[in-house]
Write a protein that binds this ligand. Structure first.
Ligand SMILES: *Cc1c(COP(=O)(O)O)cnc(C)c1O
Length: 365
């Protein structure tokens, strides 16, 4: 049986270190903001190459904290792709601001940079490009648009921790970046978790205050914040996982390349990695006309798949924007994510590819 994401196989490889690190937390007993949290923040900042990292309760909070830190609120607009996970735009709306959607590129599924520029108004405050499926959007082009219009760029790097663009790590490519440690993300813990990164030293203490009830020092609150912390046990788990993370990224990339080889020549669009990018393959997502019947036949062959995402954000009932985003809508009907994790065997990939080939051939007779 092939898993969509195999956390058990990964756990087997790091069990001794995991057990030791969790046992340390149980013995010192500092479950909230224990020493592992600060250790992890230092390691994460060094890993991506930025000066400041704040861990928090989940990736959604990370985005909300970032938006609160730059003062986004009612009357403001934030530009974000119409093809992403709901949380990206939800955090904008939660703060009373308006998410303004930009369409995406039909090949990479990443935000269409020209469409971002077309949607800027005098109310625009920020741009949230999403590093979807594991690779970064064109951050230098987006940063230069933002500079021209005095906007802040917040990378939604929930799916791209560990990816690079022109040799620099995701989470280091814009003023603020946010990631998620949800269990199935490339770097995941065993519960919820997230982090915010910035090289802006004046913003860093504000981010931290916001995540701690606006507290400047104990019981002294200088602003309205939220309560968003990463549990010490989750930090301990992430420290154990971080030690093997680079190896996992290599394994995921090998799996993706093997998929590419096996699936080339079929009536499918394979994932396109933009020049200058490396992907951490949060998803290996193909596009095909008969997506639903392919998914159904793979399911019958015991192969799990997922659709990321079946409904674009502008079509979600909660937003219901009366506009057409052609590329996002086509992608929502055509994308299908195949199993992807560091423990996929070459024989698994060959078997999945065979099932895909058989299904596509049947559709053509
Ligand atoms: C997972 C994800 C989030 C939210 O992260 P959580 O930790 O689940 O809150 C935000 N944006 C994108 C693109 C995601 O994939």
């Amino acid at each position: 049986m092939i898993a969509f994401v195999d956390l058990a196989a990964q756990q087997e490889r790091i069990r001794a270190d995991l057990n030791r690190r969790i046992a340390d937390v149980l013995s010192h007993g500092r479950y909230i903001l224990g020493p592992e949290v600060a250790e992890l923040e230092e390691r994460l900042a060094a890993y991506v190459g930025v000066r400041n990292c704040l861990t928090c309760a989940n990736g959604t909070d990370a985005l909300q904290i970032a938006l609160m830190a730059i003062g986004v609120g009612p009357g403001d607009e934030v530009i974000t792709p119409s093809f992403s996970y709901f949380a990206t735009a939800e955090t904008v709306a939660v703060l009373g601001a308006k998410p303004v959607f930009a369409d995406v590129d039909p090949e990479t599924c990443l935000v269409n940079v020209k469409d971002i520029e077309a949607r800027i108004t005098e109310r625009t405050r920020a741009i949230i490009p999403v590093s979807l499926y594991g690779q970064c959007a064109d951050m230098s082009a987006i940063n230069s648009i933002a500079e021209r219009h005095r906007l802040t760029v917040i990378e939604d790097a929930a799916q791209s921790f560990g990816a690079t663009q022109n040799g620099q790590k995701s989470c280091s490519l814009s003023r603020i970046a946010c990631t998620s440690f949800f269990p199935s993300k490339p770097l995941g813990c065993y519960g919820d978790g997230g982090a915010v990164f910035t090289n802006d030293d004046s913003l860093a203490p504000i981010l931290r205050q916001i995540a701690r009830h606006g507290q400047e020092r104990r019981y002294h609150h200088v602003r309205i914040g939220i309560n968003s912390r990463l549990d010490t046990i989750q930090a301990a788990i992430l420290l154990a996982k971080l030690d093997v993370f680079d190896d996992e990224v290599v394994r995921r990339d090998k799996a993706a390349r093997l998929y590419d080889e096996h699936l080339s020549g079929l009536d499918l669009q394979l994932p396109a990695v933009h020049p200058g990018n490396t992907s951490v393959w949060a998803q290996y997502t193909v596009q095909c006309d008969n997506r639903n019947s392919l998914a159904e036949q793979l399911k019958r062959a015991g192969i799990p798949t997922t659709v990321h995402y079946p409904l674009p954000l502008h079509r979600q009932p909660a937003f219901a924007v009366d506009a057409v985003y052609l590329d996002s809508e086509r992608l929502a009907n055509q994308v299908l994510s195949l199993p992807m994790h560091a423990d996929l065997e070459p024989s698994d990939i060959a078997m999945i590819a065979d099932a895909v080939r058989t299904s596509l051939q049947q559709q053509h007779v």
